[in-house]
Design a protein around this ligand. Structure first.
Ligand SMILES: *Cc1c(COP(=O)(O)O)cnc(C)c1O
Length: 408
């Protein structure tokens, strides 16, 4: 597949890959054999000019589609006015974005950073200080779920309950405990007076699209309340419309004390946020936490434009509507095959699990046919199309998926 493909602009796939081999650290295992050059809405084009439907959307980052005009214009305009100033000064764009996020959620205050992992680091530090503020040096344990994903910094990989991400980097951060996801009993018996926080994804995305049960999140809320621990939801992937509600926790009627966001927040531009209710937010005092780049005018202008588009274009509703349509098409696909075990997910965070290890082959075949999807392990395919996706795009994706799977 990795044949030289000369483009009009003279950029050559093999040359790019060769330069990567020589100059870029080799940390990404699943790099696909194409080089992407351009995007618009749900479509991207590689350096040969071949078009793809992007049903991965930068792993949920391109929630508004590629190069959304509102976001592009906001970035262009802000870049010519003021890109960055230190957090030693006030800026209008950070104030406005914080207000939007707070008004849309049950949170009261925002802290801005640059990624999902950093948002979780902020939440972890907030939780640790929360424990101390309760007058106990012993209240520092953070309970997270097995098969979770919270990012790649030391605190975030420690929170991530997957030994494969942790084992080369031990010793990890002390004070974390892991419980099987959706196991109410295990959570109840692990949360004690020593717990300062429980950190969960409402839907585990990275490990294969596993939604929490209603009882589980309700039990987590109750367990936290009983011992005075913070309930933290990592909505880095599920937040901002992805699941057909603004925040995934709305499906459950269980609100957290702290919530982390990133991915869709900047409409493609890097930005993360840790939001908290006042009771929790107040434990952070001047000097406790900071980020040089966090909440800079350029990132916040992108965020404001992205959130404005999300609202004005009713993309949360679109995610719900097209997501239901897509899920029904996937269930029809399942009913026609005896090797599909399950269709899972909510809104436009969907996954199908196969009985046999065909996911990578099918995803590779989809790529050949012009559809970008994400294989998780050997048996799961995850779909995260932009929230601007239409039924017509879904129909096109389904016909490619059927052809790719049919060719097995
Ligand atoms: C992607 C993701 C992260 C990490 O975000 P980065 O921006 O890569 O640091 C954390 N939590 C969840 C649930 C994610 O999906």
């Amino acid at each position: 597949m990795a044949v030289a493909r000369e483009t009009k602009s003279g950029i050559d796939y093999d040359k790019i890959v060769g330069t990567y081999r020589q100059y870029v650290m080799d940390t990404y295992g699943g790099r696909q054999p194409i080089s992407l050059a351009r995007g618009a809405g749900v479509e991207v084009w590689d350096t040969t000019g071949k078009r793809y439907l992007d049903f991965l959307a930068g792993i949920a980052v391109n929630g508004l589609g590629h190069c959304h005009p509102g976001v592009v214009n906001a970035i262009r305009e802000q870049a010519g006015i003021l890109m960055h100033v230190s957090n030693l000064y006030y800026t209008e764009s950070q104030a406005r974005l914080a207000k939007m996020l707070v008004e849309w959620s049950e949170m009261d205050k925002a802290f801005f950073c640059n990624s999902g992992a950093e948002a979780n680091e902020a939440a972890i530090k907030l939780a640790r200080k929360w424990g101390k503020s309760k007058g106990s040096d012993q209240k520092f344990e953070i309970v997270t779920a097995l098969e979770s994903f919270h990012g790649r910094t030391m605190g975030a990989i420690t929170a991530t309950g997957q030994p494969k991400y942790q084992k080369s980097f031990e010793p990890l951060v002390p004070g974390f405990k892991y419980v099987p996801y959706n196991d109410v009993e295990a959570l109840r018996s692990t949360v004690t007076d020593a717990t300062c926080a429980v950190l969960l994804e409402p839907i585990q995305g990275e490990s294969g699209v596993h939604p929490a049960s209603k009882e589980y999140l309700a039990a987590a809320r109750k367990a936290c309340d009983e011992v005075g621990a913070l309930l933290i939801f990592d909505e880095v992937q599920t937040g901002l419309g992805r699941t057909g509600r603004m925040f995934a926790y709305e499906h459950y009627g269980v609100a957290p004390d702290v919530m982390t966001l990133a991915k869709t927040l900047g409409g493609g531009f890097p930005i993360g946020a840790c939001l908290a209710r006042d009771a929790a937010a107040e434990v952070f005092q001047p000097g406790d936490h900071a980020s040089t780049f966090g909440g800079n005018p350029l990132a916040c202008a992108a965020g404001i434009a992205a959130m404005t588009a999300l609202h004005e274009e009713a993309l949360v509703e679109n995610a719900r509507d097209v997501g239901e349509y897509f899920a029904s098409k996937l269930r029809t696909f399942k009913s026609k095959r005896d090797d599909v075990i399950e269709v899972r997910g909510m809104g436009l965070l969907l996954g199908i699990e196969f009985a046999t290890p065909v996911a990578r082959t099918i995803a590779g075949q989809c790529l050949e046919l012009g559809l970008i999807v994400n294989a998780i392990g050997d048996r799961i395919i995850r779909f995260l199309p932009p929230l601007v996706v239409t039924r017509k795009h879904v129909d096109e994706a389904m016909s490619i998926l059927a052809e790719a799977a049919g060719a097995l």
